[in-house]
Ligand binder design. Structure first.
Ligand SMILES: *Cc1c(COP(=O)(O)O)cnc(C)c1O
Length: 364
């Protein structure tokens, strides 16, 4: 089926025809065709593409959007006697603090401006200020702006302190190489509709086994109990607790095969970097400026400043949509921006066509 438009958004994003076609069958959640044939291999594939050892890491798949998995992880890991440190520089970091508020979790929030990176230095100062924290949570790719936070530096700072390290890698996992084990990440959260290029409907948590085992009986929500979900999947060989999003899971399975066929995460990263490069070069040639300095910018999504005070985003958006491209509004308060996503089943030539479309719209 022909596409209605190309989604240049950070998820849901443009998926391949074959991923969408994979949803055209119904699956029985009790049948081993589904559990052993799709879910179990999928969980193994997730660890494999992440380069992880099954003896040390495991996965939990959970119904809902990515936020459900972030909430499930925070809600099950941070106990009443613990203290969570959140290093935030955008809406998704702030959302972690909202989750902690809902749960009545003890937390300390370091709120940076939305254009400033979370670095090792930020973590070091925060740990001096809040020496009693037991957990540290941060976002890798802050989709609010496109910043790629320095998880490697933060990992260096916290190594050996025994902290539980939680990373929201929603928009970076599978699009940016992450050495989860070397960085000592205990819980990494992502979802089906980001860089694996599946459709929306569930998220997943890649967890260190020993840390996940410690969450038994700790969740404050039945539906979001990651230990219980994990145990059911292990015991039932891929059985989900509660209704499984079967079509979405089957599409994700297909997306995973396509990720492997592309050459894995390194190859996908190279394509996204090239998408981003073509986009930024083209937009700059048309007079646009990026919100972020190049050193802080990741390859996932790019924020552009409005070119002038008279710029009408709504009209710009509609005219690009009429030419087959859907872009994203900005999400920050300090500047007028719009965003263009570089992830999904989209390629450098799509961005060359986009630049031509932007040129036409500006000239119209
Ligand atoms: C997409 C995303 C989420 C999850 O958002 P949902 O709307 O719940 O899927 C969380 N964090 C980041 C950084 C994201 O990009």
């Amino acid at each position: 089926m022909e596409r209605n438009y190309l989604l240049l958004t950070p998820g849901p994003l443009s998926t391949s025809d074959t991923v969408r076609q994979a949803m055209m069958q119904d699956w029985c959640t009790w049948d081993k065709d589904y559990n052993e044939g799709i879910v179990t291999p999928l969980r193994r594939d997730l660890l494999e593409i992440a380069g992880l050892d099954e003896a040390k890491y495991t996965t939990v798949l959970l119904q809902g959007s990515g936020t459900y998995c972030v909430e499930a992880t925070i809600g099950a890991t941070v106990r009443p006697a613990d203290r969570l440190l959140i290093l935030a520089n955008g809406a998704y970091g702030q959302r972690m603090a909202r989750i902690a508020d809902y749960y009545g979790i003890n937390y300390s929030l370091v709120s940076l401006p939305e254009t400033e990176l979370v670095t090792g230095e930020v973590a070091r100062r925060a740990l001096e200020q809040y020496p009693d924290v037991t957990h540290l949570a941060m976002v890798h790719s802050e989709t609010t702006t496109g910043l790629l936070n320095r998880i490697e530096e933060v990992a260096d700072v916290i190594r050996g302190r025994g902290l539980t390290f939680i990373v929201d890698a929603m928009s970076s996992f599978a699009g940016v190489p992450i050495d989860i084990d070397a960085l000592g990440i205990d819980f990494l959260v992502s979802s089906a509709n980001k860089c694996v290029q599946g459709v929306p409907g569930f998220g997943f948590i890649i967890a260190r086994r020993d840390r996940l085992m410690q969450t038994k009986g700790c969740a404050r929500s039945l539906s979001l109990d990651i230990y219980d979900q994990w145990e059911t999947m292990e015991r039932g060989h891929g059985k989900w607790r509660f209704t499984s999003p079967t079509h979405v899971v089957r599409a994700f399975y297909q997306a995973m095969q396509e990720l492997k066929a592309e050459g894995g995460i390194a190859a996908r990263h190279r394509r996204y970097v090239e998408n981003h490069r073509v986009l930024v070069e083209g937009m700059r040639s048309l007079g646009f400026q990026t919100l972020l300095a190049d050193e802080a910018q990741g390859c996932i999504i790019t924020s552009f400043l409005y070119p002038d005070a008279a710029f009408d985003f709504a009209s710009f958006y509609e005219q690009l949509k009429a030419r087959g491209f859907v872009i994203y509004p900005g999400k920050i308060s300090q500047a007028d921006t719009f965003r263009i996503g570089n992830i999904g089943d989209v390629f450098p030539d799509d961005f060359r066509r986009l630049i031509e479309a932007v040129r036409e719209v500006l000239q119209a």
